[in-house]
Design a protein around this ligand. Structure first.
Ligand code: M6R
Length: 616
C-alpha cells in the first residue's frame, strides 16, 4: 500500500524515480509525486491521479538533481487531492518526506506542532511527521548537519505510534536521504555508484539485483558514495545483502493487454516453478526445503491453523478441505484480521501457516506475530522472497511464481492452491496415506501445468460468454466442498475488477436466502463437481432454472448435465480431486477478466484497491 522510491547517485534522480513509481503503481494509484534536492532547495511535483499524469504534466527539466524521493499514494488520511499527495514539505521548507503507513497519534502531534507555529497544507498524517522532524531538527544542537538530520529523524520516530516506511531529505544535507521502517516494507538497492530505496523490489530490478531488506526498527542513511544502517536506538547494523532473482521482463506486459491477462496465461509455467524440486525421489510424496521442522515434529501436530486475507484466505479454505480429507488432521481457517482480536482457545500441538502472496499484508503479519507470541511455530507460504512475513516466520515455502503485478491475484492464488494440495500430501503421507495413493496424487499434481494449459484453451468461449453477460449487475457463484472456495474466489474476482456485485455461496445454502435474488437478471455460475455431489448440485441448478435464473455451468467433460438446464456449459478437463480447485479456477478468472475488459474497466488497477494491504 503506497509505493516509495528514493534515488541517490550520479544519474538524474527524477527519471529513475518515475520509472520506479510506474512499476510500483499497483501498490496505490490515488496520486503521485516526486521531490528532488538541488542546490539546497527542493523541486517538487505532485498530483492527484496516476503516475502517467504526473509525467505528462511535469517536463523533465522541472526536476533536476541527482538526489530525490517519490511516492504513489493509496489514500488513508485525507482525500485524493494534489495537496494530500506526497512528498510533503515541512512548513519551514527544510524537510521533504514520503511515507507508507499510518501515524496513529498524528492528531496530538499536530496539535503540539500547531502550538509551536508549524502550519499544514494537507490533511495527512505524513505532513505531521515531516513537521515533527523539522521541529526536532531546529532544536538539535548543531554538530555536523548530517548527524543533526539523523538525530532529528530518530527523535521524531520515537514519538510516533503506528507504522511507517519513510524517506526524508533535508535542504541542509544536499546529497543525503534518511529512511526508516516499522511495519511497512523498505528495501535498499545497492547499484553501481548509486543507491535506491523502494517499498518493493519491482521498482529497482531494472537497475540492481543487489538488495538489503531493512528490518523493523532500522534506519538507513544514504549519501552519494556510501550507506549505513543503524537501529532507532543508534546501534550499528551490519547489512545483509540478498540477490533478487526476478527479472525485469517478469514485471513487463510483453504484448498482453493487462498484467492480469498475462498472469492468467503464465499459470502453466508458474505452477511448474512452484512445484519444481518438491517431490520426493520415490515419487510418493512432497518435500519442502525450508520448513525447518522434522518429520517427528510434523507427527506431533494434531491441528493446523491457517491464517490469511482475501484470495489467500480462499486458498486456505481449499487447503482445509484437502488436509482434512487426505491427511486426516483437523484444520481451522481464520481471517488474519479477526484472529488477532478473537483470542481463540488454541490446542497445544497446533501448527500455524500464514499464506500471503506479498508477504507484507499487515493483518497477516500481525496474526503471525500473535501466534508466535503465544509460543507457536508459524510457517509461511509467500511469493516475495525476503518479505517481512517470510523473514519472521519459523520456516516456509516460497511460491516462485514471479512478480504478480495485477491487483487481482491469479497465478499466486493457483500456486497457493497447489502448495496447499502438496502440504496435504506431505502431512498425509506421514500418517495414513498409502504409498500407492501418494504416488497417484503426485502424478496428478505433476499433470497440473498441462491441464491448466488445456483449460486456458477455453479463453475464446469465455470471452464470448463474457460479452453476453457483461451487462448484468448481480451474479451468484455456487460450489460445494473444495469448489465452494472457488465460488468465493470467482465472486471476488468479478467484484474487484468489474465492480459488478457478486456473491459466492455453498450451492446448497443458496436456498436459505440468496435464492431471493434469483430472477432473469441474476445469473448463477455453478462449479459442478463430478462424483457424489454431482446430483445435489444439479438439483440446485434446477431450483435456479425454475425461477428463470440464467445458469452458467463449469463442469468436467464427463459430467452428464440434463439437456437445457444450463444456458452456457464450460467444459473443464477431468482431474484428481486435489487438482480440481486449480482447474476450476481458470474459467472463473477468464470470465471475470473478459467481463471487466468488455466493460472497459481498469483491470490492473481497479478503483479503491491496492496490491498489498500494509495498513490495518
Ligand atoms: O499479499 P496477500 O496474499 O497477503 O494479499 C491478500 C489479499 O489482499 C489479496 O489476496 C486480495 O484479496 C486480492 N486483491 C485478491 O485478488
Amino acid at each position: 500500500m503506497c509505493g516509495i522510491v528514493g534515488y541517490i547517485g550520479k544519474q538524474k534522480a527524477a527519471p529513475v524515480i518515475l520509472e520506479g513509481l510506474k512499476r510500483l503503481e499497483y501498490r496505490g494509484y490515488d496520486s503521485a509525486g516526486v521531490a528532488t534536492l538541488v542546490d539546497g532547495r527542493f523541486e517538487l511535483a505532485k498530483k492527484a491521479g496516476r503516475v502517467e499524469g504526473l509525467i505528462l504534466s511535469t517536463p523533465a527539466q522541472r526536476l533536476p538533481g541527482t538526489t530525490g524521493i517519490g511516492h504513489t499514494r493509496w489514500a488513508t488520511h485525507g482525500g485524493v487531492t494534489d495537496a494530500n499527495a506526497h512528498p510533503h514539505l515541512s512548513s519551514d521548507g527544510r524537510m521533504a518526506l514520503i511515507h507508507n503507513g499510518v501515524i496513529e497519534n498524528y492528531a496530538s502531534l499536530k496539535k503540539f506542532l500547531v502550538g509551536k507555529g508549524y502550519t499544514f497544507k494537507s490533511e495527512t498524517d505524513t505532513e505531521v511527521l515531516c513537521n515533527l522532524i523539522a521541529y526536532h531538527y531546529q532544536k538539535e544542537p548543531a554538530t555536523s548537519e548530517g548527524s543533526r538530520f539523523m538525530e532529528s529523524v530518530r527523535k521524531s520516530l520515537r514519538h510516533v505510534d503506528g507504522t511507517y516506511g519513510i524517506a526524508v531529505m533535508c535542504t541542509d544535507c544536499p546529497a543525503e536521504i534518511i529512511a526508516a521502517r516499522k511495519g511497512s516494507p523498505l528495501i535498499l538497492g545497492v547499484g553501481d555508484g548509486e543507491y535506491m530505496l523502494a517499498s518493493d523490489v519491482s521498482a529497482i530490478i531494472s537497475r540492481t539485483q543487489n538488495v538489503v531488506y531493512l528490518k523493523d526498527g532500522e534506519m538507513a542513511h544514504l549519501t552519494a558514495g556510501n550507506f549505513a544502517i543503524t537501529t532507532l536506538g543508534a546501534e550499528d547494523v551490519s547489512p545483509v545483502f540478498d540477490t533478487v532473482t526476478w527479472r525485469v521482463e517478469d514485471a513487463e506486459l510483453n504484448g498482453y493487454a493487462h498484467f492480469m491477462e498475462k498472469e492468467i496465461f503464465e499459470q502453466p509455467d508458474a505452477l511448474e516453478n512452484s512445484m519444481r524440486g518438491r517431490f520426493a525421489e520415490d515419487g510418493s510424496t512432497a518435500q519442502f526445503g525450508g520448513l525447518n521442522l522434522t518429520a517427528v515434529d510434523f507427527r506431533q501436530i494434531d491441528r493446523v491453523h491457517l491464517l490469511a486475507c482475501g484470495s489467500a484466505w480462499h486458498s486456505c479454505l481449499v487447503a482445509e478441505y484437502l488436509i482434512e480429507r487426505f491427511a486426516r488432521v483437523p484444520v481451522d481457517v481464520d481471517y488474519a484480521s479477526e484472529f488477532r482480536y478473537r483470542n481463540t482457545p488454541l490446542g497445544r500441538n497446533t501448527l500455524f501457516f500464514t499464506i500471503s502472496q506479498s508477504g507484507e499484508t499487515i493483518d497477516t503479519l500481525a496474526a503471525l506475530r500473535e501466534a508466535k507470541r503465544k509460543g507457536y511455530k508459524v510457517l509461511a507460504v509467500s511469493n516475495v522472497v525476503g518479505s517481512t512475513i517470510a523473514r519472521e516466520a519459523d520456516g516456509g515455502v516460497y511460491q516462485h511464481v514471479g512478480p504478480e503485478i495485477g491487483v487481482a491475484s491469479t497465478k499466486a492464488f493457483t500456486s497457493q492452491l497447489l502448495l496447499g494440495a502438496m502440504l496435504a500430501l506431505y502431512i498425509g503421507r506421514m500418517r495414513d496415506m498409502s504409498f500407492s495413493d501418494g504416488s497417484a496424487y503426485v502424478q496428478a499434481l505433476k499433470g497440473v501445468p498441462n491441464l491448466v494449459r488445456q483449460t486456458l484453451l477455453l479463453a475464446p468461449q469465455l470471452k464470448a460468454v463474457a460479452r453476453r453477460y457483461a451487462h448484468f449487475h448481480d451474479f451468484l457463484f455456487l460450489g460445494r466442498l473444495s469448489l465452494f472456495p472457488i465460488a468465493l474466489e470467482g465472486a471476488l474476482k468479478l467484484k474487484e475488477i468489474s465492480y459488478i456485485h457478486a456473491e459466492g455461496y455453498p450451492a446448497a445454502e443458496m436456498k436459505h436466502g440468496p435464492i431471493a435474488l434469483i430472477s432473469e437478471q441474476c445469473p448463477s455460475v455453478f462449479l459442478v463437481p463430478s462424483g457424489e455431489m454431482f446430483h445435489k448440485v444439479v438439483s440446485s441448478m434446477q431450483e435456479i432454472k425454475a425461477r428463470k435464473g440464467p445458469v452458467i455451468a463449469i463442469a468436467a467433460e464427463g459430467c452428464d448435465l440434463p439437456a437445457g438446464l444450463a444456458d452456457e456449459v464450460v467444459r473443464i478437463p477431468e482431474c484428481h480431486e486435489a487438482v480440481l480447485p486449480i482447474i476450476a479456477t481458470i474459467p472463473v478468472q477468464l470470465l471475470s477478466y473478459y467481463i471487466a475488459a468488455e466493460l472497459g474497466r481498469d483491470v490492473d488497477k481497479p478503483r479503491n484497491l491496492a496490491k498489498s494491504v500494509t495498513v490495518e
